[in-house]
Ligand binder design. Structure first.
Ligand code: ADP
Ligand code: MG
Length: 388
């Protein structure tokens, strides 16, 4: 059993200039045996520190760490049965690929030379680098070096892989190729893996589950789709999904069954779909709507807003439309077959079923969108308000 359990993990650094820095604050979670868990969050959110705490490269300020039920929080790194792969794969420059891959095993002195060779050949086979084993790191491309670094982790047959942004030094094409390769590798070896990235797309596409961090605190642990459809707060809602969810600051006005934006720049008519969750008058909330959930409509509705398109980014299958409501800029993503240009006036509908509501103060979710929508595409219509 190689499940990993984190209980109230905390790390405080004493920085000579900044004083105490709480890098990881009270993080608890469980990673199941064989699971691919992605730790995602912006730069500085504590991902690397958490991974280093698990590996033993940093000491815990407090909290407990269990590998397969055994407490390992005070165990020396080399006795933790974990293998770490870094962004800077740091191969030994004076050793061949084979030398790099076998180095750790030789140090351990548990296997004889033939056994080590066998392990290295197996790992090289998995990573498809058999023909590179006699080359020096300087003769290898970035992608090949990263494969050797992964191979070096594989030969150790660890209970858990820890990977800290292993692909961020690679160019876009290679990165997406290695992404697939790491997923294949992980499912083939069935090794419990924690994979750190700041890239939400990488998290969404790779993780069985993702753990979202911000300011050293764990925000949510969820499957990628749960995080997208059922975020627990504004941070997760804004971080997962691209372009980001729009947030409109509004106030409840139930005498008129509406949500209103200051200065009446926007007024949103609601039925009981939203009202049921939110009965208080004059309550400040954030209305969340994803760009892709906004619809272009022919005529205004209770839930639409009429805007002028500020900037349009045609991406082929869709257009990204930038527009202002009040003092803020928002984004809608609409199908690319619509004929729209900058400065066109359009009606954008914000369907009630797709709206998320958040408390303006605590930023916690009050209500998430309904799971399904069944709207028809309105193919090829000219949908702008103005005449051409
Ligand atoms: P991430 O990997 O998510 O970018 P880190 O775990 O590297 O974040 O950093 C989290 C916070 O802890 C940051 O504010 C960083 O400056 C701080 N930090 C990390 N390591 C140290 C250290 N050795 N000494 C002082 N502060 C540190
Ligand atoms: Mg980091």
């Amino acid at each position: 059993m190689s499940s990993l359990r984190l209980e109230s993990i905390r790390k405080v650094f004493d920085d000579p200039n900044e004083g105490e820095i709480v890098a990881v604050n009270d993080v608890s979670m469980e990673i199941e045996d064989g699971e691919f868990m992605v730790l995602v969050g912006p730069s500085g959110s504590g991902k690397s520190t958490l991974l280093r705490l698990i590996s033993g490269l940093e000491t815990l300020t407090s909290g407990e760490l269990y590998l397969g039920g055994e407490e390992i929080g005070q165990t020396k790194p080399k006795n933790r049965d974990l293998a770490m792969v870094f962004q800077n794969y740091a191969l030994y420059p004076h050793l061949t690929a084979r030398g790099n891959m076998s180095f750790g095993l030789k140090m351990q002195r548990e296997l004889d030379e033939a056994e080590i060779d066998e392990r290295v050949d197996e790992a090289a086979d998995i990573m498809d680098i058999g023909d590179l084993l006699d080359k020096m790191p300087s003769e290898l491309s970035g992608g090949q070096q990263q494969r050797v670094a992964l191979g070096r982790a594989i030969v150790r047959e660890p209970a858990v892989f820890l990977m800290d942004e292993p692909l961020s030094n690679l160019d876009a094409k290679l990165r997406s190729q290695m992404r697939t390769e790491i997923q294949r590798l992980q499912s083939e070896l069935d090794v419990t893996t924690i994979y750190v990235t700041h890239d939400q797309t990488e998290a969404m596409t790779m993780g069985d589950r993702i753990a979202i961090m911000n300011h050293g605190e764990l925000q949510q642990v969820a499957t990628p789709l749960e995080a997208y459809y059922e975020p627990v707060n504004v941070f997760v809602a804004g971080f997962i999904g691209s372009p980001s969810m729009n947030f409109i600051s509004m106030t409840t006005d139930w005498s008129n069954d509406r949500l209103t934006l200051e200065n009446d720049a926007f007024s949103y008519g609601t039925s009981n779909v939203l009202g049921d969750e939110l009965t208080e008058d004059d309550r400040e909330i954030l209305l969340g709507i994803r760009p892709e959930d906004i619809d272009l409509v022919r005529s205004p509705t209770e839930t639409s807003v009429t805007v002028e398109v500020d900037v349009i980014e045609p991406l082929g299958e869709k257009h990204l439309l930038y527009f202002d409501i009040g003092r803020e800029t928002y984004i809608a993503s609409v199908p690319g077959y619509y004929q729209i240009e900058g400065e066109d006036r359009i009606h954008l509908d914000i369907p009630e079923q797709r709206v998320h509501l958040f408390d303006a103060e605590s930023h916690r979710t009050i209500k998430n969108r309904e799971p399904a929508s069944d709207d028809d595409a309105r193919l090829g219509e000219q949908i702008t308000v103005n005449d051409r």
